[in-house]
Design a protein around this ligand. Structure first.
Ligand code: G3I
Length: 323
């Protein structure tokens, strides 16, 4: 197995990492790849679900860190860094939060209390926090959701301020999809960064999720230009949820194209000063989120369902080795 994290670091990045989820950890072979080969293969972990609101505050003001700790602790013990995910989202919120009718002041205090507690618990353990996740529509307007509809756009600076107060050392990120190449949504995310900075609110990074479709991924030039548009604003960028789905059953040609596509995004990050690392959204096809969400698509990860490396592993390694 190529030492993707070590090669990424030799190429100037801080890390190459993966998302994971708690139900996968008892699989001994999976854990060997995730933690046993760390920090050579993967040097960074993101919990895919267990730090989200429904997991961490299932009842109002009752906090549960069991699932998150079960990922973050072994990661730190294996000399990996953690990207922590996420503090504010429209999705995966608990019933008590989504079914309540909250006035503006109450919802703000609920948001501040959640962030103070969760970020406080993980203080010193997270390289970065995805503070606000997916707040924009594809046309660049704000998403209508429980936060925006009651608090308005101010929920975003409020969330970042609360996170900054709770952990001065964690990098604070805005994280979204369809902002990996220039366009209305990427422009809106850049305006969000500028607006936060103009208000004196700390934001340190932008996460480019990068859930791509084989053969349809943005070109190297457009990914580089897009990353540079963010870093020019004084934030770092990271590829936070990379995967490349193809129609299933996948042909050899699709898997070869996928290897090219993974390499393109790795190359973009290497090319941009201020792109700190890449995270794949889990690494083994048997645990990919893709088939459950996009029927007819899958085979999106670096390893097949039997932990055999697909061509993308070598193509990414090649990018790092050539840097
Ligand atoms: O927790 C329940 C469990 O009790 C139940 O038995 C089971 C039955 O289906 O469902 C479990 O919840 C699932 C949850 O993952 C935890 O496994 C949900 O159905 C499922 O929808 C949920 O999917 C997650 C998805 O976010 C939700 O939108 C994926 O695992 C997770 O990888 C995915 O991650 C998101 C990022 O956070 C943000 N960017 C997009 C990315 C992919 O969708």
């Amino acid at each position: 197995v190529p030492a993707l994290n070590k090669l990424a670091q030799a190429a100037g990045l801080k890390y190459f990492g993966t998302a994971t989820d708690n139900p996968e950890l008892p699989n001994a072979e999976y854990s060997q790849y995730l933690f046993g080969y760390a920090p050579q293969l993967f040097g960074q972990v993101t919990p895919a679900n267990s730090q989200k609101w429904d997991a961490t505050e299932p009842e109002q003001n009752v906090f549960n860190y069991t699932g998150g700790d079960a990922i973050i602790q072994p990661a730190l013990n294996h000399s990996m860094i953690a990207r922590c995910h996420n503090l504010n989202w429209y999705n995966q919120n608990p019933e008590w939060l989504t079914s309540g009718t909250w006035d503006n002041a109450t919802l703000i205090s609920i948001l501040q209390n959640h962030i103070a507690n969760v970020v406080g618990h993980y203080k010193g353990q997270c390289y970065a926090w995805d503070v606000v996740n997916e707040a924009l529509n594809d046309n660049g307007t704000y998403r209508s959701d429980l936060w925006y509809d009651t608090i308005g756009p101010a929920f975003i600076p409020i969330a970042f301020q609360a996170a900054a107060a709770a952990d001065p050392n964690a990098k604070l990120y805005y994280n979204d999809y369809n902002i990996e190449s220039p366009g209305a949504k990427s422009t809106a995310a850049q305006q969000l960064v500028s607006s936060l900075k103009a208000q004196g609110i700390r934001i340190d990074g932008v996460g480019l999720q990068s859930h791509f479709i084989g053969g349809e991924t943005p070109t190297l030039d457009s990914q580089v230009a897009n990353m540079q548009a963010f870093t020019a604003l004084g934030v770092e960028v990271a590829v936070t949820e990379l995967d490349v789905r193809v129609s299933t059953p996948a042909t050899d040609a699709e898997i070869a194209q996928q290897a090219t596509d993974y390499a393109t995004t790795a190359q973009a990050c290497v090319n941009v000063e201020g792109c700190v690392g890449l995270t794949v959204w889990d690494f083994d096809d048997q645990y990919s989120w893709v088939p459950g969400t996009f029927p007819g698509y899958g085979a999106a990860d670096l390893f097949d369902a039997n932990f055999t490396a697909k061509p993308a592993v070598a193509s990414i390694a090649q990018v790092f080795q050539s840097a």
